[in-house]
Design a protein around this ligand. Structure first.
Ligand SMILES: Cc1cc2nc3c(=O)[nH]c(=O)nc-3n(C[C@H](O)[C@H](O)[C@H](O)COP(=O)(O)OP(=O)(O)OC[C@H]3O[C@@H](n4cnc5c(N)ncnc54)[C@H](O)[C@@H]3O)c2cc1C
Length: 408
């Protein structure tokens, strides 16, 4: 079979471009296909979405040349405060505090708005001859043969490659067409997402308030602005989202509190239904799944994109090392290395975020007592606290080279 490129990547959201750039910089050719037209993907409106990028993710973005393009728009996360609370009652006295000064590496991570990250990916891909971008093209079929893969576009075009990578999000058609089943469940919660401006500075502190219906994250953006990810039960979230901006702020204020002074909305408001979805296998014949196509987790720990970028670092390393050794990059034993590296790690995190959500998203007085005592205990143990800080920074476990500041 003649190949158009070494890899064909379905999905040009966030993980697809990151993988294409890592591979292209190491000498492999990639075709990136996305169903959305380019104009839609690079819309410049502040859309109210931001990401908490762990330090390890920031290192990967540096390694593939993206970080210098977005650094000026980022906000370092210097401290994280975790509080158990109820709307209108303020935080409980048991506050968990994680300060970046307790580890040597630097801030735990950075907040970055979605629009800057997407734009930087598109511009960086434009500058790479080894990357072919197909925008506004939907993949409708795939043929996975021992000698190579062929994907067919709705427009009738075909792309041939040695390996197919599904970066096509939580409802991955790539996984479905390959017969890969998923495990998961609905949380009955919806995340209300927006950004607010506030009177007082946030000083780089991220807050996680655990409320009975679900967690409220207040994450610092550059200036006196913060990104909000506010989980509520589905029916309450639908009622709040239907309110006008004043009504929405009136619902947010008793939960948010007044520690940052007066708040106003900045940008658009979004809702996301929350569910857990794990692909039963991250690989198939000449196929690998990356990012949300492989796993969608609860945003309670802000780990969704960080997990995806860890997949990117691991898969890029496996494929590039295989190519350097002269192996077939689509061979089953090569792809199995990626699966064994990433699947266990991801399943563990999915179970942990699920457990945290269940433990904290309720008003049971016994569980409330246990978690307050637990938070107080962790706070009193510096070694355990440092372990949590390193976890939040993405520094624990078997790190891909690109996440430990080394070249691919
Ligand atoms: C409320 C909420 C808050 C979050 N907060 C954080 C956070 O603070 N930190 C963090 O790290 N993560 C966070 N996440 C997770 C993060 O948004 C996702 O992990 C990330 O967007 C996944 O990127 P992706 O590239 O894997 O998939 P997506 O961004 O879903 O991209 C998939 C792409 O595939 C394309 N596509 C799909 N099907 C086809 C097809 N057949 N043909 C061609 N193209 C196709 C789509 O057009 C799309 O562009 C949050 C998520 C939610 C829901």
């Amino acid at each position: 079979m003649e190949f158009d490129s070494d890899v064909v990547i379905v999905g040009g959201g966030l993980n697809g471009p990151a993988l294409a750039l890592a591979l292209a910089q190491a000498g492999l050719q990639a075709t990136v296909i996305d169903a959305l037209p380019r104009d839609t993907r690079q819309g410049d409106d502040f859309d109210g979405r931001g990401y908490a990028l762990a330090l390890a993710s920031q290192r990967l973005l540096s390694g593939i040349g993206i970080w210098p393009q977005v650094a000026d728009h980022s906000q370092p996360i210097l401290e994280v405060k975790v509080t158990d609370g109820r709307a209108g009652e303020g935080p409980s006295p048991f506050v968990l505090e994680f300060d970046h000064a307790e580890i040597e590496e630097g801030p735990m991570g950075y907040m970055l708005e979605d629009r800057f990250l997407r734009q930087a990916f598109l511009t960086a891909m434009d500058g790479m001859d080894a990357i072919t971008q197909l925008s506004g093209e939907t993949v409708v079929a795939q043929d996975l043969r021992p000698g190579g893969v062929t994907v067919t576009l709705a427009s009738g075009g075909v792309v041939r490659a040695r390996v197919l990578i599904g970066c096509d999000g939580r409802r991955s058609g790539t996984a479905e067409r390959a017969g890969i089943k998923r495990t998961g469940w609905d949380y009955g919660q919806t995340a209300l997402v927006c950004a607010v401006e506030h009177e007082k500075p946030h000083n780089g502190i991220a807050h996680q308030f655990f409320m009975p219906p679900g967690p409220l994250a207040i994450l610092p953006l550059p200036g006196n602005r913060s990104s909000i990810v506010w989980s509520e039960r589905n029916d309450t979230a639908a009622q709040i989202q239907a309110l006008d901006d004043d009504g929405y702020l009136n619902a947010l204020r008793p939960r948010f509190g007044d520690f940052l002074g007066k708040i106003t909305l900045s940008g658009k408001r979004f809702t996301y239904p929350l569910n857990l979805t794990l692909a039963n296998s991250f690989v198939g014949s000449r196929l690998a799944l990356v990012g949300d196509a492989a796993h969608g987790v609860h945003p309670i720990a802000g780990q969704g994109l960080n997990l995806g970028l860890r997949d990117v670092g691991a898969l890029a390393e496996v494929l590039v090392d295989a190519a350097r050794r002269g192996e077939d990059i689509g061979a089953a034993d090569v792809l199995a290395r990626y699966q064994s590296w990433r699947r266990w790690d991801t399943a563990t995190l999915a179970v942990a975020t699920d457990g945290f959500n269940r433990l904290f998203s309720n008003d049971n007085p016994l569980l409330r007592g246990i978690r307050d005592l637990g938070m107080g205990a962790v706070n009193a143990m510096p070694a355990l606290r440092r372990r949590f800080i390193r976890e939040a920074a993405g520094l624990n476990g078997d790190l891909p080279r690109l996440m430990s500041g080394r070249a691919l």
